[in-house]
Ligand binder design. Structure first.
Ligand SMILES: [Zn+2]
Length: 228
């Protein structure tokens, strides 16, 4: 053989060309693979769901809102696993459709949400739901630490997003406790909410306000219709 080296180089080049081509095809198919379309739906509280809410205690007849004024919304969201999931949230009927538009914006921005399950899955226990990094809306409960004062969540007029990455903080008190790692709000991590970001803007687009803008103690997970 006159040019064995040349032959090796040619074979190598051809192999690389084929491999490169395959890689290009693969990356092209990955980039052209369209994300599933955002889906949302709004449902009345049916008998099964009512039974679940009464059993967990998230709704009681003495609570400040009738079940007829609440809606179950189901929305697509991007999970921390990079996959699309369907979340469930109970909210005030007045805001159900508008809140679906908020979650549509978060979906388009591929904002990551860890879990979005009804508070009933946590026995209507806000502490358990927060510690599990659950995103939730309605819960017939008082403001934590303020007996007799109904939370905006008890009217379906508040939503908490990624509670661990966005804890409530007042002085040295942090809730949930496992959210302490996210007290440094300069940190950038999936699921965190920052001033003026896509999450704050999405809620602002329907007139809802962020607890991260409160004076004194801050509730980085909390959005509500009246800012309380
Ligand atoms: Zn809240």
């Amino acid at each position: 053989m006159k040019h064995p080296r040349l032959k090796i180089v040619v074979v190598l080049a051809a192999t690389l060309f084929i491999l490169g081509g395959a890689a290009m095809v693969q990356s092209a198919s990955a980039t052209t693979q369209a994300a599933p379309a955002f889906k949302s739906s709004i449902h009345s509280i049916d008998a099964t769901l009512k039974a679940q809410m009464v059993k967990s205690g998230s709704w009681k007849p003495a609570d400040p809102i009738a079940l007829g004024k609440l809606r179950l919304i189901e929305v697509s969201f991007w999970g921390f696993d990079g996959k699309v999931h369907t979340g469930k949230l109970i909210v005030n009927s007045t805001w159900a459709a508008k809140l679906c538009t908020v979650f549509h914006k978060l979906y388009d921005a591929r904002f990551r949400i860890h879990h979005m399950q009804l508070i009933d899955n946590y026995g209507a226990d806000d502490e358990k739901s927060m510690a599990a990094d659950n995103t939730s809306g309605y819960n017939g409960r008082i403001v934590n630490g303020r007996p007799g004062v109904w939370s905006m969540h008890a009217y379906g007029l508040a939503v908490d997003i990624n509670t661990v990455e966005n804890p409530w903080v007042d002085g040295t008190d942090v809730s949930p406790a496992n959210g302490r790692a996210y007290l440094d709000r300069k940190l950038v991590a999936p699921g965190m909410i920052h001033s003026g970001d896509v999450v704050v803007k999405a809620f602002q687009s329907i007139g809802w306000k962020w607890g991260g803008y409160w004076y004194g103690g801050k509730d980085y997970q909390h959005f509500s219709s009246n800012g309380k």
